[in-house]
Design a protein around this ligand. Structure first.
Ligand SMILES: *[C@@H]1O[C@H](CO)[C@@H](O)[C@H](O)[C@H]1NC(C)=O
Ligand SMILES: *[C@@H]1O[C@H](CO)[C@@H](O)[C@H](O)[C@H]1NC(C)=O
Ligand SMILES: *[C@@H]1O[C@H](CO)[C@@H](O)[C@H](O)[C@H]1NC(C)=O
Ligand SMILES: *[C@@H]1O[C@H](CO)[C@@H](O)[C@H](O)[C@H]1NC(C)=O
Length: 278
């Protein structure tokens, strides 16, 4: 919607045709010019062939124009306790969250490089791409994987003039979030505490703001800023002064928060054991 407001030709890709159609109609309402195009393609991007087909269709529909800015935001979360979950969940989440992104990035980058398009690829990880927490063992690794891919490609795709970005939103209030809430362990909810979440519109705006500022790692809230500054490895920073202040805050606050989270998990296990022995 924000891109359409800026006059871009937009293609949205997902699996569910009904939802896509609705979404496309919704964002078409924001078109600013008559020759602007908003199209949707139903495809399964968790397979290389599905991705290839989707990108080819997108180009065909836009007069052969290769997608110039690519946003990779598919993902799902199904929280639960590690030892209680069915092992199939690890594969499924990796397929949707990571492989979907890597296949789409691969085909997009290949086409951009071959056609001399100096576009951009924006990955969507999560604040949980910076730290792990009880209940998210099936999710956090997929978001770390995306960050690792972005870090590698940020460097490598410079060879073709393609910009890479990685976004780390906090809780997004989507239908997926309500689903997630159903299986989320109580202990996870307790540690997350007051994280109120952001609407998808606010999240998208924060991502575009970060892209406008030319940031590589983009975070959407104070917790995300602290983690971004404290845990970014070889990634370039955004602002040397605020990044330094934020990493100092992290240096003090993160160990305290970790201690608190460990304490809560231990306390909950004692409680569980008590109820079992009685
Ligand atoms: C969008 O597509 C139309 C029709 O193909 C084209 O005339 C226009 O230049 C495109 N706009 C942008 C911003 O690429
Ligand atoms: C697509 O989404 C609609 C509306 O949410 C839902 O009723 C339908 O079952 C979905 N179709 C598939 C194939 O998942
Ligand atoms: C999540 O589930 C809890 C019950 O475990 C409920 O109290 C809470 O309102 C739900 N939150 C959301 C955002 O749905
Ligand atoms: C989680 O908390 C809710 C009340 O908030 C309770 O009804 C439910 O039984 C708890 N679940 C577990 C697994 O302890």
């Amino acid at each position: 919607m924000l891109l359409v407001k800026r006059g871009a030709n937009v293609t949205i890709v997902a699996r569910n045709e009904t939802k896509l159609k609705e979404a496309a109609e919704e964002i078409r309402a924001f078109q600013v010019s008559r020759d602007q195009k908003v199209i949707y393609i139903s495809a399964d991007c968790a397979s290389p062939s599905g991705t290839k087909e989707a990108i080819k269709k997108a180009s065909d529909e836009h007069n052969g124009q290769i997608p110039y800015h690519v946003f990779l935001c598919a993902g799902q979360s199904l929280p639960g306790m590690f030892i209680e979950q069915d092992p199939s969940v690890f594969e499924r989440n990796m397929n949707i969250n990571y492989l979907g992104s890597v296949y789409t990035a691969h085909e997009s980058a290949r086409l951009m490089a071959e056609n001399g398009v100096h576009g951009s690829i924006t990955f969507v990880s999560s604040v949980l791409g910076f730290f792990g927490l009880v209940g998210y063992s099936q999710y956090v690794p997929t978001k770390y994987a995306i960050r690792g891919l972005a870090d590698s490609l940020r460097n490598e795709l410079k060879a073709y003039g393609i910009n890479v970005h990685c976004y780390f939103p906090a809780t997004i209030l989507t239908p997926g979030y309500d689903e997630e809430n159903k299986t989320k362990p109580n202990i996870t909810k307790e540690i997350e505490g007051t994280d109120e979440g952001q609407t998808p519109e606010v999240c998208a705006q924060k991502m575009l703001d970060g892209l406008d500022r030319g940031e590589y790692f983009i975070a959407s809230d104070p917790l995300g800023w602290i983690f971004r500054s404290s845990c970014s490895g070889l990634a370039p920073g955004n602002n040397i002064i605020s990044d330094t202040i934020l990493s100092l805050v992290g240096w003090v606050a993160l160990p305290i928060w970790r201690t608190y989270a460990d304490y809560l998990v231990k306390a909950s296990s004692k409680q569980n054991n008590k109820t079992k022995t009685h």
